[in-house]
Design a protein around this ligand. Sequence first.
Ligand code: NAP
Length: 263
Amino acid sequence: MDLGLGGKKALVTGSSRGLGFSTAHQLAREGCDIVINSRDRKNLNAAEQEISADSSAKIFPVVEDVTQIEKANEIVNKANDLLGGLDILITNTGGPPTGSIDNLDDQTWQMAVELSFMSHMRLIRAALPYLKTSYAASVLTITSMSVKQPVPNLLLSNSIRGATIGLTKTLALELGSEGIRFNTILPGFIRTERVLDLLAQRAEANSTTVDQEIAKQSSQSPLGRIGVPQEFANVATFLVSPAASYLTGGVFLVDGGMYKATY
Ligand SMILES: NC(=O)c1ccc[n+]([C@@H]2O[C@H](COP(=O)([O-])OP(=O)(O)OC[C@H]3O[C@@H](n4cnc5c(N)ncnc54)[C@H](OP(=O)(O)O)[C@@H]3O)[C@@H](O)[C@H]2O)c1
């Protein structure tokens, strides 16, 4: 199937590693020109080189912190200038810290809101004028399975990420008439630095090893394993492509069946 992504212009934030990187890489293989983003120049340049070595797409690194209020506009404007337009926006960042109600202070809660909600909202708001001029406009927010089923020791993620689902769904309803599609993916446990860090924390707390914690988490999936970033990227790439032209307002789990409820 031709996904229709050739020549499309995409901004993927939080894309020097993990889910964002893998998705940017796959979009490049499908013929998109891409602005990639993260806070660390060295890592972002390495990501740019790895993607460029594997595709003829144009890849532009933009080093910025998406939680800085004024930076969302800057990132989006720069992306539009570098790419000569914008068809696709994928809003992704790192995850908030672990912790419980007793040890997370107000400042940490506020920072988590900036990271896991406000950054998505500001990036989308800044991108709308450009997306409205595209014939294949699509927005994908990356959130977490935690909005459906709380993940142990991730109180911040469990509490805050639902707001991004509300944002995504509302904008799908309000802006469909302008030809912009909005969807969200809820990853479960995909093997990235973030997930390995979380499992290392569990190993320390439980006096086990990371491999034992991977095995425990894998047993939660009917497929018997955690996922790999390419499996996430395949779904993300399809969702933002013109081939998914009748999908909007969708909330898609990529969790290997770990979420057990029917709905
Ligand atoms: N992997 C999973 O299975 C899973 C499951 C549920 C939810 N999620 C969520 O999905 C998102 C991506 O997950 P991941 O596992 O790929 O995370 P990851 O391995 O930590 O990668 C996060 C990426 O975002 C960048 N980043 C972090 N903070 C940023 C900021 N303020 N501004 C710009 N870039 C920033 C990081 O680079 P720098 O640090 O250099 O900036 C990196 O490129 C996270 O929010 C995570 O919590 C993931």
